[in-house]
Design a protein around this ligand. Structure first.
Ligand code: ZN
Length: 492
């Protein structure tokens, strides 16, 4: 067997694995959007069976032989081999029966969480949550091999990240965020928008806004789900959104956020299709795309001026008087219970709280039965508000039910990366705000497509951002941006 032949065989095998992963992903999308509720248990079994197939492929002993012999000709091939080697090393550490049990339990746990949240019954969710944590700990022990369990889990979402580095970054960010929050909350808040925003009108507007951002409807679609998400990759990347009739920004900005995720997938170089380079490199980089679409671009003075025109045509003035009043209403800062609805000043404080709580859960320092009290105490301390019901507290996020421990910090990392990218974008594309005000997103999203999205998994997460920006990423640009934006908005 020649070295090139080993590489070719490895890549052909991987291509089928990628295809099957796409099928498994579509099952997950269906579960959240179209599946009849009575099918939940059966779907759990179907997902577990798929997981068994995927696990067998990812641990196929031929991979070790191919990896040892493969001699790729270029950087993309070398990176593909490195990513397959990484996946192989991780997957072979976890026994197949544990992987399948995790897939089965987390699939049904999601339904149990959704019911417990709807009925506000924490006790109904706790046994399942305990089971999920126990299984993820077991998995982490296999992966960490004596190292830190939380790091082993986080590595799935953000390769190379550690809790120590994340925690240190959060410690640097916190004082400036708390100071900014304190100064803003001393000022009178701007007026909120008013009106009734019919569901169909919101959905039509969201589709129009997705189009302004260049979302490719020929390879994507928008459906409704409880928790907005994006799913799939290659030439099939779909998003979901949700509608609250009193709050149109919920639907609009959920849609923009998911369009950012989905566009990243859709804009990856077609040469990487169905290879390990053909999907977003990490959740942190993914979140940088959704966040910069949503916040730095979508909540900026330029884009909101355009959005004001679109909305005023449908809903009237909304009581804000002008595009400036509308910009202020969109960027209203107030402590709220729900992370996904948090303003830019509060958002990262939500993440820091979850990071500390889930680390304690994984370490075993916090018992599942004590989680609600720990959540509520911490929320009161950080946000100055008492949680009034479980759906506003520990039952609000889907993540823990599906075993996503170590995922939350990637949200703040994404914000940090978005801060860096926005600084670089403004240097590279002069007059970007004026373009956005005219409803032209092509300068901004074109720059992101060329410098970040196109490259998929070619570089490590940090190198992906550094390559686009021309400087090593840090939290500084995000904090500078927040202080400048909200300082001006609130006259600080
Ligand atoms: Zn996101």
């Amino acid at each position: 067997m020649t070295n090139n032949r080993a590489f070719a065989e490895l890549m052909a095998f991987q291509r089928q694995t990628e295809a099957l992963a796409g099928v498994a992903g579509r099952l997950g999308w269906d579960q959240e959007t179209m599946m009849p509720p009575g099918a939940a248990e059966q779907r759990g079994e179907e997902m577990a069976a798929m997981e068994g197939v995927m696990h067998a492929r990812r641990t196929d002993p031929r991979i070790a032989d191919w990896l040892a012999a493969a001699d790729p000709a270029d950087a993309a091939g070398q990176r593909a081999v490195a990513l397959i080697a990484r996946s192989y090393a991780r997957t072979t550490k976890v026994p197949s029966d544990l992987a399948q049990e995790l897939a089965r339990v987390t699939s049904t746990a999601q339904g149990i969480w959704a019911r417990a949240r709807a009925e506000e019954k924490v006790a109904d969710f706790l046994p399942t949550l305990g089971q999920v944590i126990a299984l993820r700990r077991q998995e982490a022990e296999c992966l960490a091999q004596g190292g830190d369990l939380y790091d082993a889990l986080m590595d799935d979402y953000e390769p190379g990240a550690t809790a120590e580095v994340m925690g240190a970054m959060f410690d640097r960010m916190r004082p400036r965020l708390v100071a900014l929050r304190g100064a803003v909350l001393e000022k009178a808040p701007p007026a909120a928008i008013q009106g009734h925003f019919a569901k169909e009108a919101q959905l039509a507007l969201s589709r129009e806004v997705a189009g302004v951002y260049g979302y490719d409807f020929s390879r994507g679609r928008i459906d409704l789900a409880v928790h907005p998400f994006s799913s799939g990759g290659g030439n099939d990347s779909r998003i979901t959104t949700r509608v609250v009739e009193s709050d149109p920004f919920n639907c609009i900005y959920s849609t923009i956020h998911e369009v950012g995720h989905s566009s990243y997938e859709l804009n990856i170089d077609q040469a990487y299709l169905m290879t390990p380079l053909g999907s977003g490199v990490s959740m942190g980089v993914h979140e940088s795309q959704s966040r910069i679409y949503e916040n730095q671009i979508g909540r900026g003075p330029g884009f909101t001026a355009h959005l004001y025109g679109l909305m005023a045509a449908r809903f009237g003035d909304m009581g804000v008087g002008s595009a400036d009043g509308f910009y202020r209403a969109i960027n209203r800062v107030q402590p709220g219970f729900i992370r996904t609805e948090a303003d830019e000043v509060h958002y990262n404080l939500h993440i820091m709280m979850r990071f500390d709580l889930e680390r304690a859960l994984v370490r075993g320092d916090l018992a599942v039965g004590d989680l609600e009290a720990a959540w509520n105490d911490r929320f009161a301390a950080d946000f100055g508000v008492q949680v009034d019901r479980p759906a506003h507290g520990m039952l609000q996020d889907v993540h823990w039910s599906v075993g996503l421990f170590g995922y939350f910090p990637t949200y703040t990392l994404g914000n940090v990366y978005a801060g860096c990218l926005f600084q670089a974008l403004n240097a590279a594309v002069p007059g970007v705000e004026a373009q956005l005000a005219a409803g032209d997103c092509s300068g901004a999203v074109g720059w992101l497509r060329e410098n970040v999205q196109r490259h998929g998994g070619l570089r490590t997460p940090e190198a992906t951002i550094a390559h686009a920006c021309g400087f090593a990423p840090s939290e500084g640009p995000l904090l500078d941006y927040l202080e400048a934006k909200f300082g001006a908005l609130y006259g600080l």
